[in-house]
Write a protein that binds this ligand. Structure first.
Ligand code: ARG
Length: 259
């Protein structure tokens, strides 16, 4: 996660064409500075996912005691037995919190790839967690998606484009952007009504690789799920998030009505 950051003033030319660099294939050529550590105590519903080797690979949000909302692209290729949910652990190197196995993985039936929308999944935990949950945005929550509104994104992902994942949870504040601006940036890859994008026109603050599946939150609700971008924090390339309210119906059916 890149935070409250300033881009290095003299930008070196990028070695790879922008259009090719979607999922972090690009080396870090634009150092980003700044950042803001956060604590799970202040965001008790934020969790991360680990693979068979115990490596963190995505984020998630506890939406019910035994349900985690994440991105479909995080878990579409995974078997429940190979994924764990880590809750209550700000620092990956600590033993704090709980590690829970999965009973099941549901990915949205319309999901094909992150660029097609429906990049959302619900994990069912083997045992319920006694932690606060985050309410999901729904059809009534238009105002939470108003362009210019500030939202908070959280994750343990890379702190610079092409960089390594963070050990400690980080947070950043990013403004929600108008669908028209997201479409202007990404053309047909941005699907209004399925995605929302957020970030400053000048870049500098963004989610990044490893943050996928994690929460974008405002007004006390989960409004977005980290989905994709071109590089991280580049000017003119806001981060793209699954629009949670657009999937309220199917999420309610999986998570329950209060979220
Ligand atoms: N796809 C990435 C992941 O799997 C998330 C990328 C988000 N990129 C961005 N510029 N906001 O972790």
């Amino acid at each position: 996660m890149l935070l409250a950051a300033l881009l290095w003033t003299a930008l070196t030319p990028l070695g790879t064409a922008v259009g090719e660099a979607r999922f972090g294939s690009l080396a870090a050529e634009r150092p980003v500075v700044g950042g803001e550590p956060a604590r799970v105590a202040d965001h008790p519903w934020v969790v991360y996912l680990t693979d068979r080797r115990g490596e963190q690979f995505c984020g998630g949000t506890l939406a019910a005691p035994d349900k985690v909302v994440t991105a479909a692209h995080c878990v579409a290729e995974q078997r429940p037995a190979d994924v764990r949910v880590v809750a209550g652990r700000t620092d990956k190197n600590s033993g704090a919190g709980t590690v829970t196995e999965l009973a099941g993985i549901w990915t949205h039936p319309d999901y094909g790839s992150a660029y097609g929308g429906a990049d959302v999944a619900v994990l069912t935990l083997r045992s319920s967690l006694s932690r606060p949950t985050l309410v999901l945005a729904d059809e009534q929550d238009d105002q939470l998606y108003r362009p210019g509104r500030t939202a908070t994104v959280l994750g343990w992902g890379a702190t610079s484009e092409g960089g390594v994942p963070a050990d400690v949870l980080r947070r950043a504040e990013v403004p929600i952007r108008a669908d028209s601006e997201c479409s202007a940036a990404y053309g047909g890859d941005f699907v209004p009504g399925a995605m929302v994008c957020a970030g400053y026109p000048e870049g500098g603050v963004d989610s990044c690789q490893g943050d996928s599946g994690g929460p974008l939150t405002t007004g006390g609700k989960l409004v977005g799920v980290v989905s994709w971008g071109i590089g991280c924090a580049r000017p003119g390339n806001p981060g793209v998030y699954t629009e949670v309210a657009a999937y309220a119906d199917s999420l309610r059916a999986r998570v329950g009505s209060r979220g």
